[in-house]
Design a binder for this molecule. Structure first.
Ligand SMILES: Cc1ncc(COP(=O)(O)O)c(C=O)c1O
Length: 364
């Protein structure tokens, strides 16, 4: 019997082996998971048989209010992973050209590659503070370009695109008839002067988002895409092959979480004011590291001057019960990604462990 084989999503495959049993988790890229108890929310009664084909109405209503999009522009999915998959499946055909930012959250590149396009990487350079360079984008766009893909906030660097840059990208997209997949799973972390949801700037834009990062609720698997209603319709039909509808409990909890958005705003502000200075002082106090500080969010992406990031990660796992994300999963092997969205004391101890492992590697 022969089976279809698909390219393994290396990062997800690697991550799931270590994530659950680790003491010092500096790999997670959102705030650390929150619980029903912490939020003081509870479902009193739930009808298990009532199928909500297009998302729980309250969930859709809240997304519409918070993100400023019409209800018919919202496609509820199982995490932004599924939203990204559906959009790529609908828009990319074999041989199309697709522009993808680099460094990149490699699962995003993997899902693009699944549909066999010609991929062109758009470099976001350390020396340019990881800004998305519009001149370089203009140089690589041509009549075969079908789509471009970026994250805002950028995973892994934490660079944030301002409204003007987003408008310029929308203009390039319209001039060249290119779809734009803007993965905005971290955008909620921009608490001040938040730029618009990209899909509100052009009909060719698709923004994807979820409850996994800012809301610390990845295991609920609630996400969504925001895009032109025609595309929403097509994605719903495609989704009839995969999921038909989401979990009713997930969607109801999702709505309750969004109703508590202010709680998360406070929590994220507190994390930023306590944990970010810890990370900043630590990175800037280590000779073998250099970095572009993140503009917001809860991840930093230091570059190692002379240490192999995978070897460092392996040593941390083996000896220090500490998990970081090695740069190779972002196509940048000299870097490490450090998440600081959890407990302050654990972050302090986790960073101390990374320091000890670096000292050990420097000696050998
Ligand atoms: C850029 C990006 N997109 C999507 C995801 C997947 O998130 P979700 O839990 O919403 O599927 C992640 C998770 O790390 C991510 O970093």
């Amino acid at each position: 019997m022969s089976l279809q084989t698909f390219q393994t999503v290396e990062y997800v495959d690697w991550f799931r082996n270590y994530w659950h049993d680790i003491e010092y988790d500096l790999a997670i890229s959102g705030i650390h998971p929150v619980s029903q108890k912490e939020l003081n929310i509870q479902i009193d009664d739930l009808n298990f048989g009532k199928t909500l084909f297009y998302g729980h109405p309250r969930l859709v209503e809240l997304i519409s209010e918070i993100y400023g999009v019409e209800k018919n522009e919202i496609l509820i999915t199982s995490g932004s992973t599924q939203a990204n998959y559906l959009i790529c499946a609908l828009l990319i055909s074999e041989g199309d050209e697709v522009i993808v930012e680099h460094p990149v959250y490699t699962p995003l590149l993997d899902v693009v590659k699944l549909f066999k396009p010609k991929v062109k990487l758009l470099e976001r350079k350390f020396e340019e503070g990881y800004k998305l360079n519009l001149d370089r984008l203009n140089e690589i766009v041509n009549q075969n370009t079908k789509m471009m893909v970026f994250t805002n906030i950028h995973n892994p660097s934490g660079n944030m695109m301002d409204t003007q840059t987003l408008k310029s990208i929308a203009k390039i997209a319209e001039e060249n008839n290119i779809f734009v997949l803007s993965d905005e799973v971290y955008r909620d972390f921009i608490l001040e002067k938040s730029p618009p949801v990209f899909s509100s700037l052009t009909k060719l834009g698709i923004s994807t988002c979820s409850l996994s990062k800012f809301y610390g609720a990845g295991a609920l698997r609630v996400g969504w895409a925001m895009c032109d209603p025609n595309l929403v319709e097509k994605a719903r039909l495609l989704n009839d092959y995969i999921l038909v509808t989401n979990s009713c409990a997930g969607e109801l909890y999702g709505a309750m979480i969004l109703e508590n958005r202010n709680w998360f705003v406070e929590k994220v502000n507190e994390i930023w004011s306590k944990n970010y200075p810890l990370l900043k002082d630590w990175v800037e106090g280590r000779n073998e590291l250099e970095w572009i500080p993140p503009m917001c969010g809860v991840i930093g992406f230091p570059r190692l001057k002379n240490v192999d990031s995978m070897k460092l990660t392996e040593l941390l796992l083996k000896k220090y019960n500490t998990l970081i994300s090695p740069g190779q999963f972002f196509g940048a092997g000299k870097h490490i990604r450090i998440g600081f969205g959890g407990d302050e004391d654990k972050l302090r101890k986790g960073l101390e462990n990374v320091g000890l492992a670096l000292d050990e590697m420097n000696r050998s």
